[in-house]
Design a protein around this ligand. Structure first.
Ligand code: ADP
Length: 274
C-alpha cells in the first residue's frame, strides 16, 4: 500500500509538473505573440509618416535648389530609405514570428524577376564602382509558379549584402537549376569579392540581430535581421541556403528553391536591359 501511495504521489506530481510546464509554455507563446503583434502595429504606424516625409522630400528634390539645400534633401532621402528598410525588416520579422507571413504563389516569368532585381541592385553596385553581372543558364524554363515577391526579396537581400560588404571588385548573380518532371530546383548563387566571413562565425550568420565582426564593419549600416528573414522565408518555401567564404577574399551565398514549371519555354540569353 505504501508503495502504491508513493507511486500515486509521484504520478500526481509529474502530471502537475507537465501541466505547469504546459501553462508556462502557453504563457511564453502568448507573450511572444503579443510582442510580435506590438512590433507589427508599431512598424505599420511608423511607416505612414516616413512615407509622407519621403514623398514630400521627393517633391522638394524636383525643384531648382541651391547646391547645399539639395545636399541636405539628398541626405534626407537616404536616411528615410534606410529607416524604411529597417521598419520593413521588423515588420516582416514579426509577421514571420507571429505566424502571419503568408507565401503567395502565382505564375511569373523568371526573366522579369531577374530584370527587376538586376536593375535595382545594379544602380547600387555601380554607385560603389563594383562590377555587377548576372549569368543565367539559357535552358532554364521561364514560366514558373511560386512566390515571385519573396524570391525577389531574398535575391535583393543577398545582393545588397554582397554590395555592402564588398569594398572593391565585383558582385555576381548566377542562376541555374535542376528540373525533374514539372518541378525546378532553382539555384541562385551570389558571389562577392568582399570582406568574407570567418569559419567560426558562419553558424551565427542567420541568428536574429546578429552582426558579425562589429569592429570591422561598424561603419556599414544594418540591423542583423536580413539573413534571419531570408533563412525563415526559405524554410517556409522548402528552400535551403548555404554559405562558402574565405575570410578577407569574399563569399558565396547559394539558395535552392523548388518552383513549379508552368511553361517549358527556355529563358534564352538573358539580357538585363531587354
Ligand atoms: P545586416 O543588416 O547587418 O547586413 P544580415 O542579417 O543581412 O544583417 O547579415 C548579418 C551579418 O552577416 C552582417 O552584419 C555581416 O556581418 C554578415 N554578412 C552578411 N552578408 C555578408 C557578406 N556578403 N560578406 C560578409 N559578411 C556578410
Amino acid at each position: 500500500f505504501a508503495c502504491l501511495s508513493i507511486y500515486l504521489l509521484m504520478a500526481q506530481t509529474s502530471v502537475a509538473e507537465t501541466e505547469e510546464l504546459r501553462e508556462a509554455r502557453q504563457a511564453a507563446d502568448a507573450a511572444n505573440q503579443a510582442k510580435s503583434q506590438f512590433l507589427a502595429n508599431m512598424s505599420h504606424e511608423i511607416r505612414t509618416p516616413i512615407n509622407a516625409i519621403s514623398g514630400m522630400n521627393e517633391m522638394i528634390l524636383r525643384q531648382e535648389l541651391p547646391a547645399e539645400v539639395r545636399k541636405y534633401a539628398s541626405n534626407i532621402k537616404s536616411a528615410t530609405a534606410a529607416l524604411l528598410t529597417i521598419i520593413n525588416e521588423i515588420l516582416d520579422f514579426s509577421k514571420i514570428e507571429s505566424g502571419h507571413m503568408e507565401i503567395v504563389p502565382t505564375d511569373y516569368q523568371l526573366a522579369q524577376v531577374l530584370r527587376e532585381v538586376g536593375t535595382l541592385v545594379g544602380v547600387r553596385a555601380h554607385a560603389k564602382n563594383l562590377a555587377f553581372k548576372i549569368h543565367v543558364d539559357p535552358y532554364l524554363p521561364n514560366g514558373l509558379y511560386g512566390d515571385a515577391g519573396r524570391l525577389r526579396q531574398i535575391l535583393i537581400n543577398l545582393l545588397n549584402n554582397a554590395i555592402k560588404y564588398t569594398p572593391s571588385g565585383s558582385v555576381t548573380l548566377d542562376i541555374s537549376g535542376q528540373r525533374s518532371a514539372s518541378t525546378l530546383r532553382l539555384r541562385a548563387a551570389v558571389t562577392d569579392t568582399g570582406i568574407g566571413i570567418r569559419e567560426e562565425d558562419r553558424a551565427r550568420l542567420f541568428h536574429v540581430f546578429e552582426r558579425l565582426d562589429i569592429k570591422r564593419n561598424c561603419q556599414i549600416e544594418g540591423t542583423g535581421l536580413g539573413l534571419a528573414i531570408t533563412h525563415r522565408l526559405l524554410n517556409m518555401m522548402k528552400g535551403t541556403i548555404q554559405v562558402d567564404s574565405t575570410y578577407g577574399e569574399g563569399s558565396t551565398f547559394t539558395i535552392e528553391l523548388p518552383q513549379e514549371v508552368h511553361s517549358f519555354d527556355p529563358i534564352g540569353v538573358f539580357n538585363l536591359n531587354a
